[in-house]
Design a protein around this ligand. Structure first.
Ligand code: GLN
Length: 487
């Protein structure tokens, strides 16, 4: 049996029918994760003892007749999601020794359905970045070309899938951190509607933007993980109490009559030609499947980056105030008093990009500047949201590139924050509006690097997005998500 080729549902069914053991699957992925770690650097922590303990416990549960949606499926978790008794660093020196005493709600839900909580994946420090180069634990490398970045901030979670170090993973998306690395690594990544998935236990960056979501190889795998982690959670005051569909059962390839909007503002100068060509081909595929294509306009698109870098940094400056060396995490040594301890801890514990964001956010919230910056940004945010709401009166889903470029070289943009910020030009507005969106593979450029296509939907219409992906995936005969797929 070729374990690496199994879908999540196949893993679960084969384990529950006793054809394979939980141990077979986990050991296969542990071996691969370790073998490739030096090349990918996808994991910050791989706690083998903890993982094998989970395997043992699950084997016992199975004896007692346990059944779950993800029985025995190893799922890698981004290192900003709290895992009980497993170190959770946020890829920062300031949390390098933090061991959470509790599980995030998403982790609890995965465990309840029988998943094995696998390694903790590398990321940009505090999820701030688009290339995974700001991690305290070093950059992650893209398996399609080891000299290139995997995207960020959930770079490790994306690479774990495309290097086949795990069959599925979780990431977080504040401005594109699931979709952009999914796109650059040739895998599926989905950011659900804001409020659909609990943020309890997700280390906060921009609280009004952050959402947890899955990375996967197939639409069905993605749907299955999404339905497990979704749902109301009283521990998160922004969690929304409404029906939680079984997306994997609701999948349909029939998209005849589906209205697809193509926003003209997303096909601008600076988008690589191969990307435009491939998205155009995908649009033709959708036409052949019976969908109707409409050109639409999202007129405030161009303000997205500016608005995001005011709102996200403002929220971050407040969220990150808690890392002061007192309660947990890193504490600076050899200090003469409390104030010096605070200053030295933050100075030594945070990296450059995190400090830049804290300073920007503090500035824009300062009295006298608040009206000019934060308040204005919030107003433009409303206009961006209204763009989506009027678009979704006319169309069911919106289609566009996920990223203006394919994976760039390590170091290429790391000294130019503005260039780096532009990587998220097509993903950020979705977070500002709070709508769901997914990135799926859409062919390769001339260098052989993966291209991603983004499908956006109206609030709580994840099923429509998934069905659009499912129809496309079937039409193209499945996705090539890894350079190692056929080995
Ligand atoms: N790249 C964006 C940033 O650096 C988005 C990050 C994210 O979604 N966490 O803020």
């Amino acid at each position: 049996m070729d374990i690496k080729k199994l879908t999540l549902e196949e893993i679960r069914n084969l384990i529950e029918s006793r054809v394979i053991k939980v141990r077979d699957v986990t050991e296969f992925y542990l071996k691969r994760a370790k073998e490739l770690q030096e090349k990918t650097n996808a994991f910050i922590t791989l706690d083998e003892e903890n993982i094998l303990n989970q395997v043992e416990n699950l084997e016992k549960e199975l004896e007692r007749g346990f059944k779950g949606k993800l029985t025995g499926v190893p799922i890698a978790i981004k290192d900003n999601i709290c895992t009980k008794n497993i170190r959770t660093t946020c890829a920062s020196k300031i949390l390098y020794n933090f061991i959470p005493p509790y599980d995030a709600t998403v982790v609890e839900r995965l465990k309840k359905e029988g998943a094995i909580i696998f390694g903790k994946t590398n990321m940009d420090e505090f999820a701030m970045g688009s290339s995974n180069e700001t991690s305290y634990f070093g950059p992650v490398k893209n398996p399609w070309d080891w000299d290139r970045i995997p995207g960020g901030s959930s770079g490790g979670s994306a690479v774990a899938i495309s290097a086949i170090q795990a069959p599925a993973s979780l990431g977080s998306d504040t401005g594109g951190s699931i979709r952009q690395p999914a796109s650059l690594c040739g895998v599926i990544g989905m950011k659900p509607t804001y409020g659909r998935v609990s943020r309890y236990g997700l280390i906060a960056f921009g609280s009004s933007l952050d959402q947890i979501g899955p990375f996967a190889r197939t639409t069905k795998d993605c749907a299955l993980v999404l339905e497990v982690i979704s749902g109301y959670d009283p521990k998160d005051s922004t969690s929304i109490n409404r029906e939680n569909p079984e997306y994997s059962k609701g999948l349909s390839k029939d998209i005849r009559g589906l209205k697809i909007g193509v926003p003209k503002e997303y096909f601008i100068d600076g988008v690589e030609e191969d990307i435009v060509v491939n998205i155009q081909k995908a649009i033709d595929t959708f036409k052949n499947l019976g969908a109707e294509i409409y050109e639409i306009s999202l007129p405030h698109t161009k303000y997205g980056i500016a608005v995001y870098y005011l709102i996200a940094t403002a929220e971050a400056s407040s969220n990150l105030a808690r890392y002061d060396g007192v309660k947990y995490g890193y504490r600076a040594q050899n200090v003469k008093d409390l104030k010096q301890m605070y200053i030295k801890t933050k100075k030594e514990g945070f990296g450059e990009e995190v400090k830049r964001r804290i300073m920007l956010g503090t500035f824009s919230l300062a009295s006298g500047y608040y009206d000019a910056y934060y308040k204005k940004a919030s107003k433009v945010r409303t206009l961006i949201k209204q763009d989506f709401m009027s678009a979704f009166e006319k169309v069911d889903v919106i289609l566009c590139p996920t990223s203006p470029t394919t994976a760039f070289k390590i170091g290429e943009k790391s000294n130019d924050p503005i260039q780096m910020y532009l990587s998220d030009i097509f993903t950020i507005n979705v977070n500002l509006a709070g709508v769901p969106a997914m990135s799926i593979p859409c062919g390769f450029d001339r260098k052989g690097l993966p291209i991603g296509m983004q499908i956006m939907g109206n609030y709580f219409e994840e099923q429509k997005i998934l069905n659009t992906s499912y129809a496309y995936e079937s039409a193209v005969g499945g996705f090539k998500f890894s350079p190692f797929q056929e080995e």
